[in-house]
Design a protein around this ligand. Structure first.
Ligand SMILES: NC(=O)c1ccc[n+]([C@@H]2O[C@H](COP(=O)([O-])OP(=O)(O)OC[C@H]3O[C@@H](n4cnc5c(N)ncnc54)[C@H](O)[C@@H]3O)[C@@H](O)[C@H]2O)c1
Length: 252
């Protein structure tokens, strides 16, 4: 199949919904062979059916499962060209609101998973002649809030971890590029349910919109297009970079 990522084998975590689902769809439309994974096996299987890709159940915090998934992909496809580490959770709360367990859980899902995903995938990607790793950070990794102690710091860690791994890959000369993406507030179904869960949803929607100088929340395609670019060879000179697509949130 023709396309900007034609025949690339892509593993994308957290693909059942939201930005992961949209990115998987965009990659498929550009010719990739996409395997999505998710801890929500039911929703993941439904999405895979709907968009036409493979699905594997995965908790990204489980190191043994990471190794098994990479082995399965090698057996089925013989290669891996792109890893999109999208799965994450948002833990809301200030330093005084959240427990040490909440804080640790945010880091385990959002940061440890990316370390494990890169560590598991790099040998197969190197054997495949190189490729691209896309790690989901967030504008929240640049712009602190008093009420996002765990998420702010975890997403900042993702951007720095990405840089370290990118430099290691460059030094190894293994052909693997590693970049992070930093979306602003994007109107996913989950963000919509956060809005609906507040006492005044319309006031919250307005506040989420004006937080971005561009005056609105982003759409899932705004990030899906970026993932396609980073997965494709069009981005062949980009590595270690945080790609900010946030309606100006980080500079406001
Ligand atoms: N939506 C936004 O406004 C926004 C902004 C900045 C960054 N991000 C980042 O973009 C990524 C996607 O965000 P989203 O809004 O689409 O999230 P989402 O919550 O809608 O989807 C995340 C997916 O990850 C899965 N998941 C959660 N824990 C998992 C685990 N342990 N193992 C495997 N899968 C797991 C969920 O089941 C879900 O399908 C995340 O990294 C998020 O932090 C989102």
């Amino acid at each position: 199949m023709a396309g900007r990522v034609a025949d690339k084998v892509v593993l994308l975590t957290g693909g059942a919904m939201g930005l992961g689902r949209a990115a998987a769809k965009a990659l498929l439309a550009e010719g990739a062979r996409v395997i999505i994974t998710d801890v929500n096996a039911e929703a993941g299987a439904v999405t895979a059916d709907e968009i036409g890709c493979e699905f594997l159940a995965q908790d990204v915090t489980d190191w043994e499962r990471w190794q098994a998934i990479i082995a399965e992909i090698e057996a089925a496809h013989g290669r891996l060209d792109v890893l999109v580490n999208n799965a994450a959770i948002t833990v809301f709360g200030s330093v005084m609101d959240i427990s040490p367990e909440d804080f640790r859980r945010c880091y385990t899902v959002d940061v440890d998973s990316i370390f494990m995903g890169c560590k598991a995938a790099i040998p197969l990607m190197a054997k495949s002649g190189g490729g691209s790793i896309v790690n989901f950070s967030s504008a929240a990794g640049n712009k602190p809030s008093p009420d996002l102690a765990a998420y702010n710091s975890a997403k900042a860690a993702v951007a720095m971890l990405t840089k370290s791994i990118a430099l290691w890959c460059a030094r190894e000369g293994n052909g693997i590029r590693v970049n992070s993406v930093q979306p602003g507030t994007i109107l996913t179904p989950n963000v919509e349910s956060v809005i609906q869960g507040t006492p005044d949803p319309e006031a919250t929607r307005a506040a989420f919109s004006v937080a971005q100088p561009i005056g609105r929340m982003g759409e899932v395609d705004d990030i899906a297009h970026l993932v396609v670019y980073l997965a494709s060879d069009e981005s062949k000179f980009a590595t270690g970079a945080p790609f900010i697509v946030d309606g100006g949130l980080s500079i406001a």
